[in-house]
Design a protein around this ligand. Structure first.
Ligand code: ZN
Length: 359
């Protein structure tokens, strides 16, 4: 790969949708430099809380307390490493699943990490598993999601709030839109690093990376994982999870997994510095045009990220993603259409101006 094309693939990987353009000279080429100055934003979600104690068990262990300690330990380490941390809760309060997803979406976070403990009627079962959202659900995985989704019943007006989502019916998951599809690869990457650390560093039993229909994973518009850190119904593992050492060690190993995830994706520090040649056409997918100015948040655009806008006269033109590669942008156009932007089309940008493209 040439230097420029390797920068270009780096560009595709690191473009976050929020950047400013500066002129810059490099290798006698006049090129633009895009700098993103936002911190990497992580929402940490301690499961349950308040009137919802978490999974029942005979050992008198409170899931809500264990996962809160883990969440706070994790947040402390990540903050020291210059990430921006948002907790869905930092004390013992009840939150609906809807509120948790809303916090993450409104923050436009880069990552969502939900922390839980598992439970099972057979107390011999133990080990850790990390979930990403998915519809290829086995019966066993569905049962875990069922228990974590159960909190919906604790809410008033749950039918209105969850739009026909019945926590007891697997088929009701399928009617919902697939916000998580776009981030599945990244979610799986982080989940596998977490499981790797748990088994190799902490010698915990690895029950694997799994997919299931967790409501809270489904409704966050960013790479998201839900960690079941172990079974509180298993006497040995329950006692371990209840110890402050375990709560530190588990948090520390999630922290290391997040670091590895960032390194793997080329997210280093707070600056993503990328180069691109001038005079080349950048393609974007126009998804909408409106007289209304909308905030460029994924929840305003059916979960699409990497958004931009250009004002022309009284009209705002909204664009999804960008690439130098026409074939890639063609795929992205298909994705935008599948999200409901049926009239999406491709436009070219040259030196900041829109140029005609045969669609
Ligand atoms: Zn839980």
């Amino acid at each position: 790969m040439s230097k420029i094309s390797s920068y270009l693939s780096y560009f595709n990987l690191t473009l976050t949708g929020k950047f400013i353009l500066l002129l810059f000279t490099f290798n006698s080429l006049s090129i633009n430099k895009a700098i993103s100055q936002e911190k990497f934003k992580i929402v940490i979600d301690a499961g349950h809380g308040g009137k919802d104690p978490g999974r029942p068990n005979k050992n008198g262990i409170l899931e809500k307390d264990i996962v809160l300690n883990m969440a706070l330990n994790l947040g402390r380490e990540l903050k020291k490493d210059d990430n921006q941390i948002i907790y869905t809760r930092n004390k013992d309060v009840f939150l609906t699943l809807r509120q948790r997803a809303k916090i993450a979406n409104e923050a436009d976070a880069d990552l969502f990490i939900s922390i839980h403990c598992n439970a099972f009627h057979d107390s011999r079962v133990y080990g850790t598993e990390t979930y990403v959202y998915g519809l290829h659900v086995s019966k066993a995985n569905f049962d875990v999601a069922l228990k974590e989704n159960e909190v919906i019943f604790l809410e008033e007006d749950f039918e209105k709030n969850y739009q026909g989502f019945d926590p007891n019916a697997p088929e009701s998951l399928i009617g919902l839109t697939l916000m998580q599809e776009e981030y599945l690869d990244q979610s799986i990457l982080l989940a596998s690093f977490i499981q790797d650390n748990f088994s190799k560093k902490l010698k915990l039993k690895n029950r694997g990376v799994k997919q299931s229909g967790f409501w809270v994973l489904h409704n966050t518009y960013m790479p998201s994982v839900l960690i079941e850190t172990g079974f509180i119904t298993n006497p040995k593992e329950g006692a371990y999870l209840n110890s402050s050492n375990a709560q530190k060690d588990i948090a520390h190993n999630i922290f290391n997994a997040v670091n590895k995830y960032k390194t793997t994706l080329g997210i280093t520090g707070n600056y993503d510095v990328v180069y691109r040649p001038k005079n080349e056409i950048t393609y974007k997918v126009q998804i909408a045009a409106s007289r209304r100015k909308l905030e460029l948040k994924s929840y305003n655009f059916k979960g699409l990220k990497d958004l931009s806008v250009k004002k022309e006269g009284r009209l705002y033109r909204y664009f999804y993603t960008s690439s130098y590669d026409y074939n890639e942008i063609l795929k992205k156009k298909g994705y935008a259409i599948s999200k409901g932007y049926k009239k999406s089309f491709i436009v070219g940008f040259k030196n900041g101006k829109i140029v005609a493209i045969n669609n």
